[in-house]
Design a protein around this ligand. Structure first.
Ligand code: ZN
Length: 497
């Protein structure tokens, strides 16, 4: 039907041809992360084909995001007009919500083909049954999925594991997507010590891994045990050796920190550094962030859907991903399964239509050319500082202004004075998605509104979110049973209208 390489190739081509230069990394100096949602649809006339021939499908990118940054808590705003989290996965998901809103408009106007069909209850829609959505990410998501056993045989030409690194917490900020700037003032970039510290911490999402990418050696061989509550050390001691005889000597690390107040990492040297299966917060620059890691967010979407609370008002069932495809980078099937749905597997008592999705996880052999690893390979002979690109690009398959380029959570070029003005809002900010939602609602005559919106007087963003009762029930079941320490924004951040 489709392969991981086909999905990756389609996304890279889309990135190359449909995204502007503005917001892309500066060549040979900056890198970025890429994510997308791809719609898969059987080619016309194929759906009823009962022969054994594989079903032919059309694949279409419906949303795309790039970005590596996340704002700190002190920069958050109560007006809903800033993007808190600009990691590519999150930008791609918000861009996907914009696409879904547009498709609901089409459905409600009964004008053109839409991905939605009328549901069985008044005002509700359902996804056409022959469609599915695949999530693509050029890298392993930050947080739990990035904690991957590292094997002895792996080719690590640039960075042999140093035991004293892990026990020296002062170096830890290097393990963060934004690290290079953090250290700039106190380090001589050319000193051997500094170099060593920069190279050692590694994250699978594009950081200092040095694997050879031969097809047989793609990614670590994951030990095959159920590890959801084991530390990586316990994991290694359970399995010890892989079938190929390699020993687990360390883990790839994530810059995402454990949620305060809960269980934490041991930070012991080597493979015992991280504890797996925990909720984590994205790193910021000094200022702590309130954004959960991409692993945690993907896990949440696998239970609550990708549409969010607002769109659930119009839907009979949540919109789930069928598969997640990862580009070429260190990635473990086992760590991905644990992070993306294993942690939620026992969540029960979800409202009708909701369920824990065991998404298919596949990896492509194709490398994203503006990823950190691609740049490092290219620049191997001329070392220089590589930095994450500060801008984020959002693209949605919508007819009007599909693009949105931001930096620090605002449209690129926004001045301090401009903040607060309507033109200083990203199209995928909370307040703008809420506007689109309200526009959709006002385009529908009131007698065709779903029951959840007619029962009470709703005004603020928070009111509308809370009124999505099945979604809220599912979210509360998920929190109670698996994600109790999830950091939630205080309610006054959702009081805007
Ligand atoms: Zn992330």
């Amino acid at each position: 039907m489709w392969t991981a390489d086909e999905i990756a190739r389609l996304c890279y081509e889309h990135y190359g041809s449909r995204l502007p230069k503005q917001g892309k990394p500066e060549p040979n100096r900056e890198w970025t992360l890429l994510a997308a949602v791809v719609k898969i649809q059987p080619t016309a006339g194929q759906a009823c084909d009962r022969s054994d021939r594989p079903v032919q499908v059309t694949k279409e990118v419906v949303s795309m995001g790039t970005g590596t940054k996340c704002i700190g808590q002190s920069k958050m705003r109560k007006s809903g007009d800033i993007l808190n989290d600009s990691h590519a996965e999150v930008i791609a998901r918000r861009s996907f919500q914009r696409y879904l809103l547009h498709q609901l408009h089409l459905a409600a106007a009964l004008k053109e083909d839409s991905i939605f069909l009328p549901g069985s209850q008044r005002g509700l829609w359902k996804l056409r049954p022959d469609l599915l959505f695949v999530f693509f990410s050029s890298h392993t998501p930050c947080g739990d999925a990035s904690i991957i056993p590292m094997l002895e045989f792996e080719d690590q030409p640039c960075c042999p594991v140093s035991r004293d690194w892990a026990s020296n917490p002062s170096v830890e900020t290097n393990d963060n997507l934004e690290a290079p700037e953090d250290k700039r003032k106190c380090e001589d970039p050319e000193s051997p010590v500094t170099k060593k510290m920069k190279l050692e911490p590694r994250t699978p999402d594009g950081t200092a891994h040095r694997q050879s990418f031969g097809s047989e050696e793609r990614g670590p061989n994951p030990p095959n045990v159920n590890s959801s509550h084991l530390t990586a050390e316990e994991l290694a001691s359970v399995t010890g050796m892989t079938p190929s005889g390699a020993r687990v000597v360390d883990v790839y690390r994530t810059g995402a920190k454990c949620v305060p107040g809960g269980a934490g990492d041991s930070r012991k040297p080597g493979a015992a550094y991280h504890r797996v299966g925990l909720l984590r917060v994205k790193p910021g620059r000094g200022d702590r962030t309130c954004s959960m890691s991409c692993s945690d967010k993907l896990a949440r979407w696998n239970v609550l859907g990708c549409q969010g609370a607002l769109l659930m008002h119009f839907l009979e069932e949540p919109i789930y991903l069928s598969a997640v495809v990862i580009g070429k980078c260190p990635c473990s099937q086992e760590a991905m399964q644990r992070a993306l749905f294993g942690r939620c597997q026992n969540v029960s008592a979800l409202p009708e239509g909701f369920g824990v999705q065991e998404v298919k996880i596949q990896q492509s052999d194709l490398l994203f050319e503006q990823s950190r690893c691609a740049l490092q390979t290219k620049k191997a002979d001329s070392p220089g500082r590589l930095v994450p690109c500060g801008a984020a690009i959002s693209w949605s398959a919508v007819p009007e202004q599909p693009l949105d380029v931001t930096a620090n959570g605002f449209p690129q070029g926004t001045t301090k004075k401009g903040v607060g003005r309507p033109q200083a809002r990203s199209r995928i900010s909370k307040v703008e998605l809420f506007r689109s939602f309200q526009k959709l609602l006002s385009s529908i005559s009131e007698d065709k509104w779903p029951d959840s919106l007619r029962a009470q007087k709703l005004a603020t963003y928070q009111d509308y979110k809370e009124a999505a009762s099945t979604y809220q029930q599912a979210w509360s079941a998920l929190r109670k049973q698996a994600f109790g320490s999830w950091i939630r924004n205080p309610p006054d951040y959702h009081q805007f209208m």
